[in-house]
Design a protein around this ligand. Structure first.
Ligand SMILES: C[S@@+](CC[C@H](N)C(=O)[O-])C[C@H]1O[C@@H](n2cnc3c(N)ncnc32)[C@H](O)[C@@H]1O
Length: 453
């Protein structure tokens, strides 16, 4: 056990002290996500201790993301090791032990250091009484790892650390691919860039990267895409602050080309924040007549404005709920509409592993009703012969091909335009990329053309 007196504190490198509190910060963040239903991104962004953690931010992030990626498996292990369930009022202790188990099982940190640091964190969470229990559980885990394996290996949910309802839904929707999807959900996501083609070509930007000592390669499918060899802080990217480049998943970069933008088009980006696709629209076709962007959430609308400002791009911005059509629509129909709909985000679990714990089947049902309502509302704002591109980062058919089938069945002025692309799987009602396919997130796309009847 590490004991600190004043003289040792003074002589210790700052890093050692902060490393010790990294576990505490990770524990707090996990508790916030699970009990307050904050997303992990939000909890990290708003945690003051995390913001001040300096070099330890990377370790805290690694522990938080990893703990959520493997939470269901780790919770099972913890329950096997505990003789009595932890009381609700002591839930922070449970999250601390999850953090300890994650490090023992998945990180290359010496086990004696993990055990002693986790035990020492008990005092920081004002549960000094639990030191013996935490010590015993973590040591028992180290002794009994092998005996826990068979149960885990024989259960798809535990082995891949997914809630049963997600596994079952994927087995039903993708009987051949579900296993690959579950495994892809647990991989670390790659970092993709989109070069701002108004400023330079992708080749020119690759040279700038090389000069800055950053390695990456041109992607297939998107002419502006670059895959970085390893993720880095955006502030290290040459020209990021002045809008030469954006960070955007490759699958997300495929949406805008489907709009088939032409000079003079009036374009609507419904559900626009934080502006990844709005800015791509403006970069792709500088001669469109106008781009109107709508976002319901004022905080997210602020981020959308920041994105456009960083890239020096202009759009007509409306902070409104699309359903309240009279609030934002002046009765002028659009040539092109992008509906990047709110969705279950089950295609981006590898980027946001907390989705496994936060999402519920009831929410998915409600989201798919909202998606249909958004489609129906926006359809009236599309010109005859116009095109609406429907996109989600979901891999559930209920939000994708089944929804589009229902919409086209109910609207005789709507025809599905085939997507002629090398990527994705043709579902008959749009194209689906399943998570991990060609190293992309799970996305769905459907192109709906308005015909004159
Ligand atoms: C998938 S995200 C959009 C991502 C964005 N297109 C991009 O590429 O950066 C969906 C967005 O729709 C917004 N939203 C959800 N329901 C809405 C509604 N009824 N009206 C307007 N915006 C809505 C959400 O707040 C969220 O910002």
């Amino acid at each position: 056990m590490v004991t600190l007196n004043l003289s040792t504190i003074i002589s210790l490198p700052v890093n050692f002290l902060t490393v010790m509190s990294s576990r505490l910060i990770a524990t707090q963040i996990i508790q916030q996500v699970i009990e307050s239903k904050f997303t992990l991104t939000y909890a990290l962004r708003n945690n003051e201790s995390f913001k001040q953690a300096g070099d330890d931010k990377a370790l805290i992030q690694k522990i938080c993301y990893g703990s959520f990626r493997w939470y269901i498996q780790l919770e099972y292990i913890l329950n096997q090791l505990l003789e009595k369930r932890i009381k609700k009022k002591d839930s922070r202790l449970k999250y601390l032990m999850i953090v300890g188990l994650y490090q023992l099982r998945f990180m290359r940190i010496p086990s004696h250091a993990v055990v002693s640091e986790t035990v020492n964190t008990c005092k920081k969470i004002k549960m000094e009484w639990a030191k013996g229990l935490v010590n015993a559980i973590l040591r028992r885990y180290l002794r009994e790892t092998d005996s826990l394996s068979p149960n885990i290996d024989n259960d798809d949910n535990l082995e891949t650390s997914h809630p049963q309802w997600i596994t079952e839904q994927l087995k039903q929707d993708w009987p051949e691919e579900w296993r690959n999807i579950l495994e892809a959900n647990n991989q670390h996501p790659p970092m993709y860039l989109r070069v701002n083609q108004l400023r330079q070509s992708r080749d020119e930007y690759l040279i700038k990267m090389e000069h800055a000592g950053i390695t990456g390669q041109a992607t297939p499918y998107s002419e502006q895409g670059i895959l970085l060899t390893k993720p880095i802080d955006v502030n290290q990217l040459p020209g990021f602050d002045i809008g030469e480049v954006s960070v955007q998943e490759l699958a997300a970069q495929l949406s805008v080309e489907l709009l088939d933008l032409k000079p003079g088009h009036s374009v609507l980006d419904a559900c626009a924040a934080p502006g990844g696709k709005s800015s791509h629209i403006l970069e792709s076709q500088a001669k469109i007549k106008s781009l109107t962007v709508i976002e319901k959430d004022p905080n997210r609308a602020k981020r959308l404005s920041e994105t456009l400002m960083r890239l020096d791009l202009q759009a007509i911005t409306k902070v409104s709920d699309i359903i309240d059509i009279d609030q934002w629509w002046d009765k002028e129909q659009f040539d092109r509409i992008l509906l990047d709909a709110p969705c279950s985000a089950t295609g981006v679990i590898r980027r946001h592993p907390d989705i496994k714990l936060l999402r519920t089947p009831e929410e998915v049902k409600a989201i798919s009703l909202l998606q249909m309502q958004l489609l129906e509302t926006l359809w009236q704002t599309l010109k005859p012969k116009g095109l609406l591109v429907y996109v989600t980062c979901s891999i559930f058919k209920q939000e994708n091909s089944e929804l589009i089938k229902q919409f086209t069945d109910n609207n005789n002025d709507c025809v599905l335009k085939p997507i002629d692309a090398e990527w994705g799987k043709d579902t008959g009602y749009g194209k689906q990329i399943l998570t991990g396919q060609n190293n992309m997130d799970g996305f769905f796309y459907a192109c709906l053309e308005k015909i004159i009847v």
